[in-house]
Design a protein around this ligand. Structure first.
Ligand code: GLY
Ligand code: MN
Ligand code: MN
Length: 433
């Protein structure tokens, strides 16, 4: 791991929150992700299953956590299983966690090897009536691959048909959505790494550079700062490519006079940041580009202000829609007839702003978190309005990451990342050549 070890107290708190919501005589199991194949002997770099990471800090394959608060043997109230290491693995893959290290990372005293799981689990199941399964019910999930967790669930259902099944997801969705101070600090750290990348790129972009060269500049800065790299596939979109919302080719040459939309951010210790900035390739916005840019910035600032405890996520987006509608009228992109003819399901602004304003941010870029109950303090959201105008050859999106406060406006974790048009222009024009 490139990141510095995280405080085990964070994982202890997270487990305590999960266990507090479990039914009596129940245990919960969390499996790590598989190593996913590419072909031949190649695999994708390992990415830990985020719930297991959230509860243990263990960032290693073939790990399993069992939480069983009512276990007869107090040693079995929390049990961690990690892959047994040996000299061969140490030579070929490098060091894996030994039992003491696994305890140091997670705060879990009882650590067994993964190959001991079946027998320990059978013993624990004989004391339990209910087993919590960790199904993925995230509102945007569309996974076709059968995960290690799903294979485990199938097996348990077959071997233990008399146990009652319960869902871990609703508990995790609720607790992961409200961040601990340590988590806010990690997201803020990731934002800081992203800022370094953006400042580097402000000194690099000029007519003639290629989108992939910009991608490389970011990656260099991210990895130099102990990040694995991008928190999600970066979008580096010059000119009209900004109007393709998920443009990830990043293979065009940036032309003088174009705008460049960059939705690029670093991860740190598995925590995401999620930034979008839009800059002029030549270092100066045209009058029209600037007009649209300022409109998006105003919407972003007002949308941020509105993100307070008590408001519903869907209501917030509706309010932002009204602000956006006023800006689009002012820009001449909508007229009164468009607005009069709109319906609740098909508001006129969607022609130019067709995605959501906010999503939870954390261990996943589109993180877990309640969306149907009122927003509460210490939720971390993106705020990311955009105006996309294919007929004018450009699109503008601005995206910051904010923490909802008990009182007052949210705290912007990207406050120091340049966003005012003058500052962007100044930094681009005063760069060292
Ligand atoms: N970068 C993904 C998003 O903004 O939601
Ligand atoms: Mn983004
Ligand atoms: Mn986002």
């Amino acid at each position: 791991m490139k990141y510095h070890q995280l405080p085990q107290a964070l994982f202890e708190k997270n487990r305590a929150k999960f266990v507090a919501q479990m039914k009596g005589k129940s245990l919960a199991v969390f499996n790590s992700n598989d190593m996913y194949p590419i072909g031949a002997d190649a695999t994708f770099p390992f990415e830990q299953q985020r719930d297991l990471f959230y509860l243990t800090g263990v960032d290693q394959e073939e790990s399993i956590l069992v939480l069983f608060p009512g276990a007869v043997n107090p040693k079995h109230r929390e049990v961690l299983f990690v892959r047994e290491t040996n000299e061969h693995i140490a030579v070929w893959e490098g060091p894996k966690l030994d039992k003491d290290q696994a305890t140091a990372v997670s705060g879990i005293e009882t650590v067994y090897w993964t190959h001991q799981f079946e027998s320990v689990f059978a013993d624990l199941m004989s004391e339990a009536d209910t087993v919590y399964f960790n199904t993925n019910e995230h509102y945007r999930q569309a996974v076709e691959t059968e995960t290690r967790e799903e294979r485990f669930i199938k097996k348990v259902k077959e071997h233990y048909p008399a146990h009652t099944a319960a869902k871990s997801f609703p508990i995790l969705n609720a607790i992961r959505g409200v961040k601990e101070p340590e988590e806010v600090a990690l997201i803020a750290h990731a934002c800081g790494v992203t800022e370094k990348g953006f400042r580097r790129v402000l000194g690099f972009v000029q007519p003639g550079v290629w989108e992939y060269e910009i991608e490389a500049e970011y990656l260099h800065e991210f990895v130099c700062n102990r990040s694995k790299g991008f928190a999600y596939t970066p979008i580096i979109a010059s000119g009209n490519a900004a109007n393709i919302l998920h443009y990830i080719e990043n293979n065009k040459q940036c032309q003088a006079g174009e705008l460049l939309l960059m939705d690029v951010a670093a991860e740190y210790a598995n925590y995401s940041s999620d930034m979008t900035r839009t800059i002029p390739v030549s270092g100066k916005f045209s009058e029209r580009q600037r007009q649209v840019y300022e409109a998006v910035l105003r919407v972003k600032n007002q949308a941020t202000e509105l993100l307070r405890p008590g408001i519903l996520w869907a209501e917030h987006h509706k309010e932002v829609g009204k602000i956006m509608t006023a800006e689009l009228l002012e820009l001449g992109l909508l007229d009164k007839a468009d607005v009069q003819g709109q319906s609740e399901d098909r508001p006129a602004y969607k022609k130019y702003f067709m995605h959501g304003t906010c999503h939870h941010l954390g261990l996943n870029t589109h993180d877990y978190g309640e969306l149907k109950t009122p927003i509460t303090a210490n939720m971390v959201f993106t705020v990311e309005p955009g105006i996309y105008i294919p007929e004018e050859g450009f699109g503008v999106r601005l995206e910051d990451n904010v923490v909802v406060q008990e009182q007052g406006a949210p705290k912007n974790l990207m406050k120091s990342i340049p966003i005012e048009a003058e500052e962007i222009e100044e930094l681009m024009n005063n760069r060292k050549v």
